[in-house]
Design a protein around this ligand. Structure first.
Ligand code: HEC
Length: 147
């Protein structure tokens, strides 16, 4: 029957349209938007990047949160996340390594854990700042510190 064939064609065309649109979105990355957030360098930062996971552990060990607050968003000392968001990499690295003795920020230059992980530490906070790392994010593998 010609109309049955025709109906079938219409039906499959409708199905195609129904599935093609979401498929297109997935392929073009639209639905993956939360995964596509980028840093100023255009890289997406993951808590499970080995350097970032290591940095996360170092921050815990050194205990930056004792002054900068839970989630590093400010307590007695200012928010590290906001600082990285507004100031970027160079001032951040300087602030951590050189410190500010007068205002109570220790200098971490010479601390082997911080020295060896400064790039990962910056990347962790850059990820926090651009939202690609949530404040509750924990590395899947813990206790793996790069030295
Ligand atoms: C003993 C308390 C203390 C600890 C521990 C500490 N900080 Fe700080 N930090 C401060 C204080 C106080 C300031 C503010 C200095 C100023 O006003 O210039 C500061 C400033 C900073 C700044 C610059 C922010 C700004 O607004 O000037 C960064 C970045 C920073 N700390 C990162 C860290 C990191 C990373 C760690 C751990 C490795 C850490 N801090 C550990 C007290 C601390």
């Amino acid at each position: 029957m010609w109309f049955a064939a025709c109906f079938n064609k219409l039906l499959s065309a409708g199905r195609l349209a129904r599935y093609a649109a979401p498929l297109f979105l997935v392929l073009s990355g639209e639905l993956g938007a939360p995964d596509n957030q980028t840093t100023t360098e255009g890289l997406r930062i993951s808590i499970d990047d080995p350097a970032v996971a290591s940095a996360w552990q170092v921050l815990r060990t050194v205990n930056c949160e004792r002054c900068h607050g839970k989630d590093y968003e400010g307590l007695a000392a200012p928010s590290i996340v906001d600082y990285v968001r507004t100031q970027g990499r160079e001032p951040f690295v300087r602030a951590v390594l050189d410190g500010n003795a007068v205002r109570g920020m220790p200098a971490y230059r010479g601390n082997p854990l911080v020295d060896a992980n400064i790039e990962g530490i910056y990347r962790y906070f850059a990820g926090r700042a651009d939202g690609s790392i949530g404040k509750e994010a924990r590395p899947a593998m813990r206790g793996q510190v790069q030295r």
